[in-house]
Design a protein around this ligand. Structure first.
Ligand SMILES: Cc1ncc(COP(=O)(O)O)c(C=O)c1O
Length: 399
């Protein structure tokens, strides 16, 4: 009954967990939810006020499919201010989140038979979108031993004559890893020589904790500008996930194609959301700093709590808001066969929702979102550590 293409795609594992946790919560169960891929903070007040004003001023009609001129200009101005690189209105389009930004790119760029390289552990939507475009994902695995660094050599070794694009997500979901400028430059140089597109998912670009240089926009613009596409989003930076507002920045012809595609599919992002995003991008960036500082406190606290049991091997996330511990030693100690089973049992018995590594092509890991309050983090971590103790096989106590 369904189209062939649907046989190739799987449902989002993160949304599955969110659905199960929400169902339990509706039944009145006290679930600690570490599944969420979204900030727990309210959308900053000035953005909400801008949206209310838009409604009151009847700014509630269609806009151009690619977004209003003032928002497109504001996106360019934001990137100029943040990265020192100039873009014009024709080089950007407003999309329904970073997800549609990446989807539009896949649809307008990839052909059947094209190979698209990306790195794992990955955000599952990336390979699924490649498959939806009838192209083939080529996965390069990164390792926890060096904080999931994306090594240019491994990416370059995966290039074949069929390689159309390389997709880099930095900071990355689920690992929190940030690619270094030097590694990005090495990839960009080879991509430029071989005519390969570099697509960067910058959805978490504002959530980098320490002073890590991360001007990928300039690195790529200097080396491979005519084949660079940047996907950004208001979702995580401004706690605006539900407003559905993101963007692409890149060459005019790709943007024009995305505009045509969007014009025949979703059309414009809600006019009201566009006004809110305009305010978020052009107003004070103080709310971003406030949220970042709070995530940092939570990250450090969570790392400390998990250090109580050294079998949770946690690489320190440099960005985003996920801890991604390897739990192979926990599985050994408890006899639980997989991280998938572990997370299901944890939800059933201890009422903690999180996403197992399997969904990110990383069995043996767990993704813990710390986009939740310190109180809930303490409660959930206590439950996880107690759950492990309860299931420990005799003689397997933590050191
Ligand atoms: C790595 C990554 N990219 C893009 C997105 C897209 O988010 P949105 O469509 O809300 O901008 C997400 C959301 O979870 C993500 O984790």
């Amino acid at each position: 009954m369904l189209a062939e293409r649907m046989k190739k795609v799987s449902t989002s594992p993160t949304m599955k967990v969110a659905g199960e946790a929400a169902k339990l919560k509706r039944q009145g169960v006290d679930v600690v939810d570490f599944g969420a891929g979204e900030p727990d903070f309210p959308t900053p007040q000035p953005a909400k006020d801008a949206a209310k004003a838009a409604i009151d001023q009847n700014f509630t009609k269609y806009t151009p499919p690619a977004g209003t001129a003032d928002l497109r200009q504001a996106i360019c101005a934001r990137y100029k201010a943040d990265y020192g690189v100039s873009f014009t209105e024709a080089e950007t389009i407003v999309t329904a989140g970073g997800k549609q930004a990446l989807y539009n790119i896949a649809m307008v760029l990839f052909n059947p038979g094209d190979e698209v390289i990306t790195h794992a552990p990955y955000w599952p939507t990336i390979p699924e979108q490649i498959k939806l475009a009838d192209a083939t994902p080529v996965i390069v695995h990164t390792k926890p031993e060096d904080a999931f660094a994306v090594h240019p050599d491994a990416i370059i070794a995966a290039i074949t004559p069929r390689t159309k694009a390389i997709i880099i997500n930095s900071p990355a979901n689920p690992t929190g890893a940030v690619i270094s400028e030097a590694n990005m430059a090495a990839i960009a140089d080879v991509a430029a020589k071989r005519g390969i597109w570099v697509i960067v998912d910058l959805c978490y670009e504002k959530l980098i904790y320490d002073n890590v240089p991360h001007n990928l926009v300039k690195v790529l613009s200097d080396r491979n500008r005519e084949r660079t596409l940047l996907a950004g989003s208001a979702s995580k930076a401004y706690s605006m996930t539900g407003w559905r507002c993101g963007w692409i920045l890149g060459p005019k012809d790709v943007i024009a194609a995305a505009d045509t595609l969007q014009g025949h599919s979703t059309s414009n992002v809600a006019s009201i959301s566009q006004k809110a995003a305009l305010q978020a991008l052009t107003g004070s960036q103080e709310p971003v700093t406030m949220m970042l500082n709070e995530y940092k406190v939570r990250r450090d606290q969570l790392m400390e709590w998990f250090s109580e049991d050294s079998r949770f091997e946690c690489a320190k996330p440099a960005g985003a808001f996920y801890l991604f511990p390897r739990i192979t030693k926990v599985l050994e100690a408890t006899g639980i066969t997989s991280s998938g089973d572990f997370s299901q049992m944890l939800l059933d018995e201890a009422r903690v929702a999180l996403t197992a590594g399997e969904g990110f092509d990383a069995p043996g890991f767990l993704r813990i979102s710390y986009a939740t309050s310190l109180d809930r983090l303490r409660e959930g971590t206590t439950r996880i550590l107690e759950f492990v103790k309860k299931h420990e096989r005799p003689g397997a106590a933590a050191r």
